[in-house]
Design a binder for this molecule. Structure first.
Ligand code: GLY
Length: 320
């Protein structure tokens, strides 16, 4: 049974391409790279790749990772600037025995040496967002980097049972230069083991890293839990742990898939969406909702929701 699951609605076009590849016996490495690249290339998604929102010095610094669940090979980049597809650079890094996680200038040198496409990743639209955010920030209203950011994270299994996981993000809007979140950190932003399954995260990297939440979900699946049970247990327990110890918990949304193509998702926020396709499910976007007693459930996104989503993303932006 093949399948691919991803954080957020923005992954839909990418996972649809991956679904076509997987259907035709494509492998999990190519399928997931294709899916993530589609998100990186779409300029209206302001938290991944081209069009991603910049740091406090108006530079776009990108993080990405790629993991092969058969060999447990990992490739990661942190704070890379001016390259079109960080996930492809991460995939290449995963093929080496050492030097698998490169940051900043070192990652850029590697990408240059291997002929990856250079691109100015700061769009005009992202500059308008930056200027508007600076304008909104006064002495009274503290600069809030945490709103409106989101990583694309995916887990994929192909027909032969090979599994991969990958992530890509511009991280927090207005982050300090050099800040790296959970997305390129194995066990936190992603983890996959083809003998079991994989998981990937989006949310506040600083908190996701405190719990190595992706690894925790894979560990729970290894103990026999269904991906849905594993996601709910890991997210709920760690959210509580953070609230008890620190008085608050950052946004945390996780998706998971096992090597049978069964999947799950859990979140501690309102408004989370995810996209999934399997051999028996066409590419579908689900919205995560909570009932009156706080129990989580999924609802397929309506046509109206989908249209509104794209209209909002592409609406003209006025500089204030
Ligand atoms: N989860 C993405 C980040 O915190 O950078």
């Amino acid at each position: 049974m093949y399948g691919i699951i991803a954080t957020w609605r923005m992954a839909l076009e990418g996972i649809s391409e991956a679904d076509e590849m997987l259907k035709k016996n494509g492998n999990a490495k190519d399928a997931i790279e294709t899916a993530i690249r589609a998100v990186e290339d779409f300029e209206y998604y302001k938290s991944v790749g081209y069009g991603g929102l910049p740091n406090e010095e108006m530079e776009v610094e990108l993080d990405a990772a790629f993991m092969d669940g058969d060999t447990l090979d990992i490739g990661c980049v942190g704070g890379i600037k001016d390259y079109a597809n960080p996930v492809s650079i991460a995939r290449k890094l995963s093929t080496y025995p050492v030097n698998n996680f490169l940051v900043g200038a070192g990652a850029e040198k590697f990408a240059h040496r291997h002929g990856f496409e250079r691109k100015n990743m700061l769009t005009e639209r992202a500059q308008i967002h930056y200027h508007n955010r600076v304008k909104e920030t006064t002495v009274q209203t503290e600069l809030k980097p945490y709103s409106g950011h989101d990583t694309v994270g995916m887990v994929c299994v192909d027909k032969e049972g090979h599994m991969t996981s990958a992530t890509s993000t511009s991280g927090l809007f207005m982050k300090h230069p050099g800040r790296v979140g959970d997305s390129p950190v194995a066990g936190s932003g992603f983890y996959v083991d083809s003998k079991v399954g994989g998981a990937s995260a989006t949310g506040l990297g600083e908190d996701v890293m405190k719990g190595c939440v992706s690894y925790e979900i894979v560990r729970l699946m290894k103990e026999g839990m269904h991906p849905q049970q594993a996601c709910e247990k890991a997210v709920k327990e760690f959210d509580l742990e953070l609230r008890e110890r620190r008085g608050k918990a950052g946004d945390m949304s996780l998706i998971a898939m096992n090597n049978k193509g069964e999947w799950g998702c859990a979140t501690n926020i309102e408004g989370f969406s995810f996209a999934v396709a399997t051999e028996i499910l066409k590419p579908t976007v689900y919205l995560v909702k909570f009932d009156e007693i706080g129990k989580q459930y999924f609802e397929e996104a309506s046509q109206e929701w989908m249209e509104n989503y794209m209209a909002t993303r592409t609406a003209p932006l006025i500089r204030k």
